[in-house]
Design a protein around this ligand. Sequence first.
Ligand code: ZN
Length: 357
Amino acid sequence: MRSRVLMLVMMVMAGAGTVGSAQGVAPFAFGGRDIAPGTRAEIDLPVSRGSSDPETVIPVTVFHGARPGPRLVITAGVHGYEFPPILAAQQLLTRIDPAQLAGTVILVRLAHVLAFEHRTPFVNPFDRKNLNRVFPGRADGTQSERIAHVLSTQVISRADLHVELHSGDGAEWLEPFVGFYGGTLARRQEAAARRMALSFGLPNMVRYAMESEEQIDTNRSLNRQAVSEGVPTILVEIGENGRRDEAFVTRIVDGVGNLLRALDMQAGPVAMTATSPRQYSSTAEAVATTTGIFTPVAVQGRAVSRGDLIGTVTDYAGQVRERIVSPVDGYVLYGITGPPVRAGDAVVTIGVTGTAE
Ligand SMILES: [Zn+2]
């Protein structure tokens, strides 16, 4: 009788998260919850009110696998007008079964809720800052900085691996590409990041080489926050122009599925890409120096040579004020469709050809 009571106590303790489960996987503590192995939890991470802007939340789903494995953080919606990653995160809710999962997936379904709800491209609707330039953020900052602080301290700090999902934003075309972070300051993470990048099977792959602390710190992105934490990290870019095409969403969902199989987190065959991607060792920008109406020439998704015309800027009286040309030989990955352009805007970003390894 006594031993049965002891067993019961031990089972209750296991259910309460103080003892490992039968499979040897401990519960996962996240957002004030203890998530049992083989289960999932929906958690809204609170972001406090600021002195000049409102409170918000970051909706997260944690899939805590029944078997041991890596802890993968997937982030969607850092830019609230880039809809395919946000819709892909919704589909992933039913695609990842924690009972069949090895390891843990922390899925940030929508990092920037108010930018999404306000349909605000690029920036936060209150502080007008680009969330993806203010990491690691501040607990007492403006809303973008407070969101960045929560993502840095409660999400990225928990990651073994990180995937950041983006699209072309409003009035921004984009060729699908994947970027992985390497270089001197991400040397130990680079090989893992490169393998993760390849599993998305995209036609273009950029190596972002991190060579100085200043480079990581200046206008720090979420990917570079992961670099600073020693986490292998990749950037996936699929979709464009603020559109919500199902084909974009499917491509993201399929890529994440293939990544989970490649990482042995989910069972099943790993699809290998038929052709190797075009590889770039860096990127370069063509920048407008005048403000007005931008008319691009048809450079989307093709090779350009240094000096090739990228587009023109006319003033509001119809006079051509600037002819913007490519500063390098390379392949045009993304750019603005216009028509508005401001002096200082990058009108295209060009992958500079080189082996991305
Ligand atoms: Zn973005």
